[in-house]
Design a protein around this ligand. Structure first.
Ligand SMILES: NC(=O)c1ccc[n+]([C@@H]2O[C@H](COP(=O)([O-])OP(=O)(O)OC[C@H]3O[C@@H](n4cnc5c(N)ncnc54)[C@H](OP(=O)(O)O)[C@@H]3O)[C@@H](O)[C@H]2O)c1
Length: 286
């Protein structure tokens, strides 16, 4: 297996994954809507929401890793990209005779999921499951690591002497982007992962305020004030009272209010990965 097409190759996960694939000797072609100067993969230009064909090298691909997707509430095309966009890339795989297909979904994807984001990921999953392709589906929780826009905002909040957050009870299971990339990469040669769906959560489950506390540069001086406020005022607190600009978008906040932690240890065994923890990643000693 040599040639891999990565959708979302310009994104947070896609960049990390493409680098790792190239280091392993794969030829990586990255689908993007617009060529960017700092892109290290061979570009293929195309939009998953448009009918026009893709423009790029005439290669036979051995696998497609479908990372293109959105964050909750990022645009008004979140659901369309997960549903129609996945239909489009699956069709592309079938027409090009690509057998192996890895799909990046999200933790909590389900028909009865509480958010449209997770429901649309589930619809995308069903397209993949019923495609006849040799698939593996990965459902990461919130990913941390270099290049995350969400964590950039949390870091900004945590590197001040204090932060104000609305009280939030649900637990979050942050997972290192490099671990998710490694799992996607190893799926390519681990046959036992074909036809499997994995929930990928990090080793720690914690509240949002503890996530921010772990990120703080000086944990002894940093103070967090949590306010018990009705849900409809929570975003105001995040946006204004914290005084650091929006710490999370309203949609991200709403999304994190639905706890979806999972202890799925199959991936630790199937992929042989020792996951990185948020605490160690942000520890001053690491
Ligand atoms: N980040 C997280 O914490 C998290 C958690 C759970 C699940 N996920 C899922 O993991 C995947 C990767 O997330 P990420 O954080 O790396 O995303 P990201 O940084 O926002 O990147 C999104 C990618 O999608 C591509 N894209 C967007 N619209 C497109 C379209 N119409 N046609 C083709 N490509 C399009 C973008 O490519 P161009 O702009 O170059 O076209 C970009 O490379 C997504 O499916 C996301 O839903 C992420």
């Amino acid at each position: 297996m040599r040639n891999v097409l990565v959708t979302g190759a310009t994104g947070f996960l896609g960049r990390e994954l493409s680098q790792r694939l190239m280091r392993m000797g794969y030829r990586v072609v990255g689908l993007t809507r617009e060529i960017q100067n700092d892109l290290s993969v061979v570009p293929m230009v195309g939009d998953l929401l448009k009918e026009e064909g893709f423009e790029g090298p005439e290669l036979t691909f051995d696998a497609i890793i479908h990372c293109a997707g959105h964050h909750p509430g990022e645009t008004d095309q979140v659901e369309a990209l997960h549903e129609e966009g996945t239909r489009r890339i699956v069709r592309e795989a079938q027409e090009r005779g690509v057998q192996r297909f890895i799909y990046i979904s999200a933790m909590g994807a389900g028909f009865h999921a509480p958010t449209r984001f997770q429901q649309s990921k589930w619809v995308g999953e069903q397209v993949v499951v019923n495609s006849g392709l040799e698939y593996t589906i990965l459902r990461p929780h919130l990913m941390f690591g270099h290049g995350s826009e969400t964590f950039k905002r949390l870091e900004e909040a945590a590197n001040r002497p204090w932060a104000v957050l609305p009280e939030s009870k649900p637990l979050i299971q942050p997972v290192y982007v490099g671990d998710v990339a490694e799992i996607a990469l190893r799926s390519l040669w681990l046959e036992r992962t074909i036809g499997q769906i994995y929930d990928i959560g990090g080793p720690q489950s914690m509240k949002l305020e503890d996530v921010v506390r772990h990120i703080a540069r000086d944990v002894h001086l940093f103070r967090i004030l949590t306010l018990r406020v009705p849900k409809r005022y929570a975003y105001y607190v995040l946006n204004r009272v914290g005084r650091v600009g929006p710490i999370l978008t309203g949609e991200e906040w709403g999304f994190l209010q639905h706890e979806v932690t999972r202890q799925d240890s199959r991936w630790l065994l199937d992929f042989g990965i020792l996951p990185h923890s948020l605490a160690v990643y942000y520890s001053p000693l690491s």
